[in-house]
Design a protein around this ligand. Structure first.
Ligand code: ZN
Length: 252
């Protein structure tokens, strides 16, 4: 056992600074690894439930295993990967309950954002948001070909409102929650996507109008309904996908 004073002694690793601070280049590498793996998860190159091999990832990215481990720790803290003792690291596979909880949290954060977004919003911001909703309409009119761009703009629209709130912590947390929800929606086919768009778009317009009136209460209310419906839609999509895969398993 080491004596307590050893804790303040320089780390044994060669070249480590005496205060346990990470050298900058290594930190940048682990940030890079984090971004790359997160991108691969969100692009479905790694599927929910898939095992991630630290040595393989390190080889592929031509880095040592340490930054990969650091990146995995961060992804695990954010709930995006799961570390199972003695079996490895896996891409998270959110359960229905996790999804519902995440949406509820997102709804709360949207409500919090609404409170201060109305204090900071400018007329220029309102024009930008209006134009964003117009562009979403254009993509929606293109049918399935426009789905991805529509979704991207939808996310930019909501993130913009959260950024208007001017709370950095809130903004970061909001982005983390979205990563969870994206993972949750990976298996979902979105077959009735086009049917859901008109109502969602009416709500987006209502949000812009509430911002223009600097009306936090109305903004929070329409956001809450919007997020609640997105939650129910995703959960019912996931149920449909899972019951289909059970049927397939039964018939084979
Ligand atoms: Zn939306």
């Amino acid at each position: 056992m080491s004596a307590p004073r050893d804790r303040t002694a320089p780390a044994a690793t060669n070249g480590s600074p005496p205060n346990g601070l990470q050298p900058a280049p290594r930190q940048r590498i682990s940030d890079y690894v984090y971004e790359e793996v997160l991108k691969a998860i969100l692009d479905e190159r790694f599927r929910p439930g898939e095992r991630l091999s630290i040595p393989d990832l390190a080889n592929e990215m031509d880095v040592s295993q340490m930054p990969v481990r650091q990146a995995m720790d961060r992804l695990a803290e954010e709930g995006l990967v799961e570390v199972r003792p003695r079996s490895g690291t896996f891409v998270a596979e959110p359960e229905e309950r996790d999804i519902a909880d995440t949406f509820d949290l997102r709804r709360a954060l949207d409500g919090l954002a609404a409170e201060t977004a109305v204090l900071h919003v400018t007329d220029k911001d309102i024009s930008y948001l209006d134009a964003t909703v117009d562009r979403m309409d254009e993509y929606a009119a293109a049918g399935n070909a426009g789905m991805q761009d529509h979704d991207r703009l939808n996310w930019e629209f909501h993130l913009f409102i959260v950024r208007l709130a001017g709370n950095e912590k809130l903004y970061e947390m909001y982005q983390q929650l979205n990563a969870h929800l994206k993972i949750a929606s990976i298996h979902v086919s979105n077959h009735d996507w086009a049917d859901r768009v008109p109502l969602a778009q009416r709500e987006h317009r209502e949000m812009v109008r509430a911002l223009a009136r600097r009306d936090a209460k109305s903004l929070a209310m329409v956001l809450a309904e919007h997020v609640e419906r997105a939650k129910n839609a995703l959960i019912s999509d996931i149920r449909a996908v899972r019951s289909r895969s059970v049927d397939t398993a039964k018939s084979t």
